[in-house]
Design a binder for this molecule. Structure first.
Ligand code: URA
Length: 272
């Protein structure tokens, strides 16, 4: 510890100020947990099968199918695959305790919109507003997403369906960890299978990277079509990644790329 932090330990008010300055603005539990002693229990899932198609290139880069290495009874994959309907999957997610985020959240944020819609949007993680209302994309960035959808004739009340890659708000709006994402992934994969959309849209880099199983950022991923496949889907689903509305609020000059992608999504929906 530095001299500065040594002083903090004898001055609780200064310590609180130091935490606040560092962005620690929320207590997430009554007891401290030694994370170095906690053994991760994330399910083993391989990435979805994805191939990339662009107007100028043939399909490329195929990765392994979404299949658990071993589907043990009671695992997230086992529970998720047992769901026969979206309602059953929602109930399964609500009673699932395998994701560490759940203990800090007020509500499970499963989905919003029409599950029979031909387009399914998958965002990142619920924030404070979503946690309060139990619905995805209802805060400031959700309002922008609604306007983006409206610009191409989509809205969650009739012809769009929206969910996230994790179902609970990460404390303090931090990014979900790989382990937290992995624990929700079997439900997300099953969610896509049950909705079986004509077009899939990954909203933001985290969603795109997770479901395309790519280690590159959203700037590289957006603007291309991919074919998303999993064993429970009757056919590959055309998929596109979109800049996250929270990013567009911070970087409005990027909106023109999002507009371009939205038009491509609309065109694909019109053709599909
Ligand atoms: N951002 C997301 O990615 N999802 C939400 O539900 C809200 C904000």
């Amino acid at each position: 510890m530095s001299e500065h932090t040594d002083n903090l330990s004898s001055d609780p008010a200064a310590l609180l100020r130091w935490y606040a300055d560092a962005g620690v603005d929320e207590a997430i539990g009554d007891h401290t947990i030694d994370r170095f002693k906690v053994t991760p229990s994330a399910p083993m899932v391989l990435a979805p099968t994805v191939s990339k198609t662009t107007p100028t290139s043939a399909p490329a880069a195929v990765s392994a199918p979404v299949q658990p290495l071993h589907v043990s009874e009671g695992s997230a994959t086992h529970i998720a695959q047992a769901a026969r309907t979206v309602a059953e999957l929602k109930a399964a997610v609500e009673s699932y305790t395998g994701c560490g985020l759940k203990q800090f959240a007020s509500r499970t944020v499963f989905a919003d919109g029409n599950p029979k819609a031909r387009v399914m949007f998958i965002g990142e993680a619920p924030g404070a507003d979503e946690d309060r209302q139990g619905l995805p994309f209802v805060g400031v960035s959700g309002k922008l997403l609604d306007r983006m959808l409206a610009s191409v004739g989509l809205d969650r009340a009739t012809n769009a369906y929206i969910t996230n890659v994790v179902f609970w708000r990460p404390p303090g709006n931090r990014a979900p960890t790989d382990e937290e994402i992995a624990s929700c992934l079997p439900f997300v994969v099953r969610h896509i299978e049950l909705v079986d959309p004509a077009v899939l849209v990954f909203v933001g880099g985290l969603s795109a990277k997770t479901l395309l199983a790519k280690a590159v950022g959203i700037t590289k991923l957006r603007g291309h079509w991919y074919e998303y496949e999993s064993p429970g889907l009757p056919r590959p689903v055309p998929a596109m990644a979109l800049f996250h509305p929270a990013y567009l609020l911070r970087s409005p000059q990027q909106k023109r790329f999002a507009w371009r992608d939205l038009l491509a999504i609309k065109q694909k929906l019109d053709q599909a």
